[in-house]
Design a protein around this ligand. Sequence first.
Ligand code: HEM
Length: 520
Amino acid sequence: MYATMINYWSWWWEVDNESDELARMLLTISVLIFAVLWYKWTGSFTHNRLPPGPFGLPIFGYLPFLNHQLHETFTEMAHKYGPIFSLRLGSKFHVVVNSIDLAKVVARELDHTFANRSPPVTALTITYGALDIAWSNNNAYWRNMRKLLVSQVLSNANLDACQGFRTNEVRKTISNVYARIGTPVDINEVAFDTELNVVTSMLWGCSSNISGDFFRGFREVEFKIIELLAAPNISDFIPMLSWFDLQGRNREMQKQRVHLDRILDSIIKDRIETNSRKMEGAVKEDGRKDFLQIMLELKDASTSFDIVQIKALLFDILTATTDTASTMVEWVMAEILHNPDVKTKIQEELTEVIGMKIVEESHLPRLKYLDAVVKETFRLHPSLPLLIQRCPDESSVVGGYTIPKGSIVYINVWAIHHDPKNWTNPLEFRPERFLNGKWDYNGNNMKFLPFGSGRRICPGVPLGEKMLMFILASLLHSFEWILPKDEEFELSDEFGFVTKKRKPLVAIPFQRLPDASLYE
Ligand code: HEM
C-alpha cells in the first residue's frame, strides 16, 4: 500500500532532494495512520448506531409525550420508526422490540445477555428489594428460587397431588354462583376468589387456621399493587429525585406492603407455632408437605434463606396466579358473550364431551374448541402486553443497532399478536386459527408469546392453563350467561402491568344442567 501511494504522489510531487523524500514519506505514513484511525472510528460508529426513535426534551426525554396506553402507543411508534426503536425517558434509555425476528434475538439468541430485570422503585419495595423471582436478576439466587417453585409447586407430581384442591374450589365456586342465579355477577371477582383459594390450598394447605375472611380485601390490595407497579414514576426515570418520591407512589406501595406483611406474617407465624407444638396439621395425611412447610424447613437448615425471602416468594406466587388468570377468565367470557356463534360451538362441545354432568379435570384435554378460544383471547388480549422488561448486562447488537448495557428493553407482544404480517385479519376474533393443534404456550413460536419466551418465560404455564380451562369450562357448562339489559358492552382495555378490561364484565347466570343436585 505504501508503494502504491508513493506512486500516486509522484505524478504531482516530484522528489528533488532528500528532505522532499523524507517529507513525502512522513506524509504517506501519516495518511495511512489517519486512514486506519478513520476506518476504525467510522466502523465503531456504525456498530454504535442506536435504534431510531423520537427526540425528547432535555432532562425529561420523551416522557411528557407518552400516552397511558403504552402497548398501543409503542405499536404506533413501531409503524413510524420500524421494528426496533428507542426512546429516552428521563435519564433511562428504553428500547422496544416489535417483530418476531427481533423478539427471537432478544429472548432466544441473546437470552443470557438480556436476562436481567430493571425493577421500578415500587417493585423493589413490594418484593423486599427484588428477593422474589420476577424482579430478581439472572443470578444464582434467581435460579434457586425458580427451581424451588418449579420442583415443589409446579411439578407434574405436585399438580396431580393437588387435583383435589382444584376440584373442591371450583365446585364451591359453582355452588356460590348458583346461589346468585338471575342476578349480576362480577366475573373477575368469581375467578379471582377461585384462583386464590386454589393457590393458598397448594401453598399452605387447609391445615392453616387462617380463615377465608382473613383474605377479604386481599383482591383490593393486590389490584392496588399491580396498578402501582405500572404507574409512571418520576423516581424511576430520574433516579436522583427518587429520594423525594414526588408522586408519592413509593409511600403508597409501602402502605400496601404493610397490608401484605400483616397477611403473610400471620400465616407464617401460625405455621411456626403449629410446628413448635408438634401438631399434626403441618404434614398432610399422605406425608406430603405443603410449600410453606418445605420453605420453613429450608430456612431452618440454611443460614442463607430467611423469612423475608419466603414472603417475597409467596407474594410472587399469589399475585402471579390470581390476577393474570382472573383477568383472562374475564376476557374469554367477554369475547364469548360478544360472539354468539362461538358460544354455541363451545356449548355443543361441552355437551358432547361431558354430557349433562359436572366438569372434571379429566375432560379438559378433549375441549379442543374451548382451548382454541382461550388461545385466540390470549392473542388479542395478552395479559402482559410488553412482558416484564429485560435489561442487558452488556452492550449488544440487535437488528444492526446497538443496545447499550443497562437499557430497559420491552418485547411488544401486543404488536406481534396484532401484526397483519403474522396473522390474517388480526383484529377479528377467530378461534379456528388455533384448531390445527400446532400451538402451545412454550414460547417456541415467536408469533404467539402470551407467557413470554426464553429463560424468563412464565414458569406457571401448567397450573395457569389448567386453572383457566377448568374455571371456564365449569362456568360455561353449569350456567347459561346473559348480559344485563341496557348495559353498554365494550371490549376496550386499560394498560397496566396486567392489562385488564376497562369496564369490568358483569353477567347474569342461569341454571343450565337439569339436575339441581349438581350445584350443591
Ligand atoms: C393465566 C395465567 C398466567 C399468565 C397469563 C402469566 C403470564 C406471565 C408472563 C407474560 C410473564 C413474564 C414473562 C417474561 O417476562 O418473559 C410471567 C412471569 C412469571 N410468572 Fe406467570 N402467568 C400466569 C400464571 C402464573 C402462575 C400460576 C405462576 C406460579 C405459580 C406464575 C409465576 C410467574 C413467575 C414467578 C414469573 C417470573 C418469571 C421470571 O422472571 O423468571 N405465573 N407470567
